[in-house]
Design a protein. Structure first.
Length: 415
């Protein structure tokens, strides 16, 4: 027997096949597409790969008939899905999953419902209205705040070799502009610079911390992938390589991006662990800042792991405050501010309890948290202009504030 169940309370639709009523000693296999669960129930010990392959084939068949697997499409094509499953399965055994063959038996066309994005696009084309911004917004001053946030992720060995590093960034914008018109951006990613005949070679040079790129002349950053807010016109980004959009009011996330090349690491931790007998251990951690001296790193926290049989810790740090937290089995070293191109260190003597177990301590990596006002990936906004044709103000009447913030993601150094 074949059953389709729609749960109105959870707003989930479940499609599953079963031979008998659900009792114990049954195996359940399921896949999820959006908020749709496809599940198969088996009575005997069957090949799991075959069951999952069947579920994937059912998904392909449904997509070929009515497009995207969604709640609306499932409800609109209930009868069609019954007919398809009746042809695909016979007494619980797969028979035919070939779409071309099925379309010779079932010639009915599926009902395709438009997505919210497609409906919004049609509405905008017909009425000229923008769904993400209301009319008649007024402010005393036209101000724009832009936060370019970069989260640095690093895994490094004690010798300084980088095992993996990438920057996951996002751009947040806060608007206080009456009837904001079109905004046009230009960023220094590799595609944009090459399209304008400004190929920048293999790195950023001295322009990493310079938003104008005055010293290097041609700052370049390679963006691996990015995602935009729905207000961005993707067609213009692909053709003209500029970010054009009519923004919503207030605060919103404009884009997210990821880059893995030419990353400037703000800090480096050099660890040294030495075991002195069975009941004592010496740990030394040297912290170096690798950004411009005129910048200040803030909210710096270094977490040095300790063995589980730690009895006591004596700490000496040249800068900041350090404390041993027994509940977390770690030494937490906090520094409020640290200028660029500086170096400081932490020394610790750890007393250990004698244990009968011969299992060696697995040294967890040293992790770090920080915040630095510079761009680790080199991502920069080259210019930002606002065009308003209805009201009598120009780009020069808009006050713009742009801030670059580098923060730690998963920033670790192995001991």
């Amino acid at each position: 027997m074949i059953y389709l169940i729609y749960d109105k309370n959870k707003k989930n639709i479940i499609i599953y096949t079963r031979k008998h009523s659900p009792v114990t000693n049954k195996s359940f296999f399921h896949l999820k597409r959006a908020n749709i669960w496809l599940a198969a129930v088996t009575k005997q010990n069957v090949n799991a790969a075959m069951v999952f392959e069947l579920l994937l084939k059912i998904i392909d068949v449904m997509q070929s008939y009515f497009g995207k697997i969604s709640e609306e499409n499932i409800k609109n094509n209930f009868v069609l899905i019954y007919e398809l499953l009746d042809e695909i399965l016979d007494f619980g055994y797969p028979q035919n999953c070939d779409t071309r063959v099925l379309k010779t038996f079932i010639t009915q066309q599926g009902v395709k419902s438009a997505t919210k994005e497609e409906q919004a696009q049609v509405t905008s084309q017909v009425t000229g209205q923008i769904g993400w911004r209301r009319e008649g917004i007024k402010y005393r001053r036209n101000e724009l705040f832009l936060d370019v946030l970069k989260y640095v992720n690093l895994l490094m060995i004690p010798q300084g070799q980088v095992l993996s590093a990438h920057v996951a960034g996002k751009v947040n914008e806060i608007l206080f502009i009456r009837n904001a018109g079109m905004q046009v951006w230009d960023i220094n990613d590799k595609i944009v610079m090459e399209a304008k005949g400004m190929k920048g070679g293999g790195g950023l040079g001295g322009g990493r911390d310079d938003p104008t790129g005055a010293r290097s002349g041609k700052p370049v950053v390679v963006i691996d992938d990015c995602q935009f807010h729905q207000c961005v016109k993707l067609s213009k980004f692909e053709t003209e390589h500029s970010i054009s959009f009519i923004p919503p009011d207030g605060e919103f996330e404009l884009m997210r991006y990821r880059t893995t090349k030419d990353i400037s690491l703000p800090f480096r931790v050099i660890p040294l662990v030495r075991e002195v007998g069975r009941t004592k251990m010496e740990v030394k951690a040297v912290l170096k800042s690798n950004f411009k001296p005129s910048l200040l790193g803030q909210k710096i926290e270094v977490r040095v792991p300790t063995p589980l049989n730690t009895a006591g810790v004596q700490l000496i740090c040249l800068k900041g405050k350090a404390k041993y937290k027994a509940s977390e089995n770690a030494i937490v070293w906090k520094i409020k501010r640290m200028a660029g191109m500086k170096e400081t260190q932490l020394s610790a003597e750890i007393d250990l309890l004698e244990t009968d177990t011969k299992k060696k301590w697995t040294r967890s990596p040293i992790s770090m948290n920080f915040e630095v006002p510079f761009a680790p990936s080199g991502f920069k906004v080259r210019y930002l202009k606002v065009f308003e044709f209805k009201l009598n103000y120009s780009d020069h009447d808009v006050i713009k504030w742009i801030r670059y913030i580098g923060r730690s993601g998963l920033y670790e150094t192995r001991c």
